[in-house]
Design a protein around this ligand. Structure first.
Ligand code: ZN
Length: 368
């Protein structure tokens, strides 16, 4: 246990920056809002050198500039990311068949939605960005689906899905997948928030669809209440990992651009506030992953051994002094006062359930 390597998010992303700006060789700067093409945006905050902006017209929130394909490839195969991926496999190998950074309950809700559609056991299903195949495996074992395929960019993830779960998964960029293949259901689970070009992403998803295909898209919900509670330290504001932050309005607008009409959706709520305060605000203002994995929380591992913990806290407190939290210009974002927040949250956590919108699941079809 003593030779566990700890990878810190803030350390891992340093290589992409020079004097606080993304290096040109890794930079992709969007000219307009990628949802509605509007030019005017508000800068809502800067976090770990990434600028988070909100479109004045459609309220879509996005990190801009962001990593280009070259930068993304490095990030998604970095030590930090690989350690997070390994955590899932560690858990699965230790008896939790379905574990992913998503909960089993999340999969259950998704399957319930899919059961309402006209799909059969032999329907052709493609999961784009399937990771280690957790959801495909769930569909196979709990949904009885027989015709499953997946693709992902991470090499470890694909190997795991193939070797350990016996799934038909390939390491391939969706851009280079043959689109002669069409599917009855295309799944994009917790992927679109990672895509550096959401329009290309939508085009790719559509390539695999016929006019009768369904698409299931799940993504974190950019909830105002959650942001108010967690501030910019919320789980989701973790560029270059998450760079697109949708709400129901912005995702509807994006889908409509591709002639896709929402036929069903579900908003998932969770007790976001307390976890954020405990894990992010008060003691750990960074994300850490480990190899070999120690334990799992929110899909990344949190240090358990005392030595790790001390190093971690030391690192965080020196970093914290340099960080200025900002308020958004519409007053939505609150700069947390840590000591007061600690007391308030201790009280609140005993008495109130602070449920926020955390994710949404959307089923869409080609509009008639
Ligand atoms: Zn917009």
């Amino acid at each position: 246990m003593n030779n566990t390597n700890t990878y810190l998010y803030s350390e891992e992303i340093k290589k992409f920056f020079d004097k606080g700006e993304i290096k040109n060789e890794y930079k992709l700067e969007l000219e307009n809002c990628p949802v509605c093409n509007n030019k005017k945006v508000d800068i809502i905050f800067k976090h770990y050198n990434f600028y988070y902006k909100r479109c004045k017209k459609c309220s879509f929130v996005f990190a801009n500039p962001r990593l280009n394909d070259r930068g993304s490839d490095i990030w998604y195969n970095s030590n930090f990311y690989n350690a997070a991926v390994e955590t899932e496999y560690f858990q699965v190998k230790n008896g939790n068949r379905f574990l992913a950074s998503l909960t089993l309950e999340f999969f259950e809700i998704a399957l319930t939605i899919l059961k309402k559609l006209s799909l059969t056991k032999s329907s052709r299903i493609l999961d784009i960005g399937c990771g280690g195949g957790a959801f495909l495996n769930y569909l196979k074992e709990m949904g009885g689906f027989l015709n499953l395929a997946g693709i992902d960019l991470n090499e470890k993830a694909v190997l795991f899905a193939r070797k350990f779960r016996g799934l038909n998964v390939e390491r391939i960029n969706a851009n280079s997948l043959s689109t002669n293949e069409k599917y009855d259901l295309v799944i994009s689970m917790e992927s679109i928030e990672h895509a550096n070009n959401i329009n290309m992403f939508m085009n790719i998803l559509k390539e695999f669809m016929t006019k009768n295909s369904y698409i299931l898209i799940t993504t974190p919900y950019n909830d105002k209440k959650a942001t108010l509670l967690g501030g910019i330290w919320g789980d989701h504001y973790m560029a270059p990992n998450h760079i697109n932050f949708f709400n129901l309005k912005s995702i509807s607008l994006l889908l409509a651009k591709y002639r896709l009409e929402i036929i069903d959706y579900q908003i998932i709520r969770g007790n976001l506030g307390i976890g954020l305060i405990k894990n992010r605000l008060l003691n750990k203002r960074d994300w850490a992953t480990h190899y070999p994995p120690i334990s799992v929380e929110h899909g990344v591992t949190i240090p358990k051994s005392s030595n790790n913990h001390i190093d971690y806290v030391k690192y965080i407190s020196s970093d914290a002094k340099k960080t200025n939290l900002q308020k958004s210009n519409n007053g939505e974002m609150v700069s947390p006062f840590y000591s007061t927040a600690r007391k308030v949250y201790r009280l609140l956590s005993e008495h109130i359930n602070l449920k926020c919108k955390t994710h949404m699941m959307i089923v869409a079809k080609e509009a008639n």
